[in-house]
Design a protein around this ligand. Structure first.
Ligand code: IPE
Ligand code: IPE
Ligand code: MG
Length: 223
């Protein structure tokens, strides 16, 4: 069987913002700030490397459990940054889409999400999918309610927020768990764990993960 080429769909669990900041005697918020900036650098790198879809886990349905101060930062800073850099929206030359719940964000945050999605809707070639207030339990329960009947692998998959199977799933910062991310889509994903914290994750780390992936033998249950 041929070894895999460039993975079409890469997913990354963006973990370690807090630990990265702590090591630098900075606040957790600073870690989130640098992690957010890094996202757009890595998206460009992914596109340059020939990846077609990059799905990133930015905020889970469980992350609301965090202290109020951290939640406030995560829910207000992106809106503030968006308005500061609004004039650069034209530079967005790939599609950006959000998956996850939409009923717990502020109106300001929803406006930012919708503006980014609408502005980039017609871009082709590369797509960045941002999972925000996303949880696979929530996605699967919604899909079961919305799927055409009879429920089959095809109809259920079609009702998911994200339909494309993941080829390579990366988690930064050393933890080796899936934390309620893409349970269905990652059924046959190759997993890659790195100790590098998300704000320090660069193109060369992504290239290394892809090289590692290309040495693997994907069997999908066959031989
Ligand atoms: C990932 O970094 C970002 C979010 C979950 C919002 P963390 O905030 O989980 O960073 P650590 O794991 O505490 O270092
Ligand atoms: C997973 O990271 C969620 C995101 C990266 C958005 P967490 O830091 O929340 O995961 P756990 O709690 O360590 O499993
Ligand atoms: Mg974490």
């Amino acid at each position: 069987m041929a070894k895999p080429g460039i993975p079409k769909h890469v997913a990354i669990i963006l973990d370690g913002n807090g630990r990265w900041a702590k090591r630098r005697r900075q606040t957790r918020s600073f870690g989130h700030y640098q992690g957010g900036r890094n996202l757009f650098q890595v998206a460009k790198a992914a596109r340059d490397l020939g990846i077609k879809i990059l799905t990133v886990y930015a905020f889970s349905t469980e992350n609301w459990k965090r202290p109020k101060e951290e939640i406030d930062y995560l829910m207000t800073k992106p809106v503030e940054l968006f308005h500061e850099h609004k004039d650069r929206l034209d530079e967005l030359d790939y599609k950006v889409r959000f998956i996850g719940r939409r009923d717990r964000f502020s109106t300001d945050m929803l406006n930012v999400i919708e503006t980014i999605e609408n502005t980039s809707r017609d871009q082709e070639g590369f797509e960045l999918v941002i999972a925000a207030d996303y949880g696979a339990y929530d996605e699967l329960i919604k899909a079961v309610h919305q799927a055409d009947t009879p429920i089959t692998e095809e109809t259920l998959q079609d009702a998911l927020m994200l339909k494309e199977p993941v080829d390579l799933l990366i988690r930064t910062s050393g933890e080796q768990r899936i934390s309620n991310f893409l349970l269905w889509q990652a059924a046959y994903a190759e997993f890659y764990f790195t100790r590098v914290h998300w704000p320090a994750f660069r193109k060369r780390h992504l290239a290394k993960a892809i090289k590692n992936y290309q040495r693997r033998h994907r069997r999908f249950g066959g031989l």
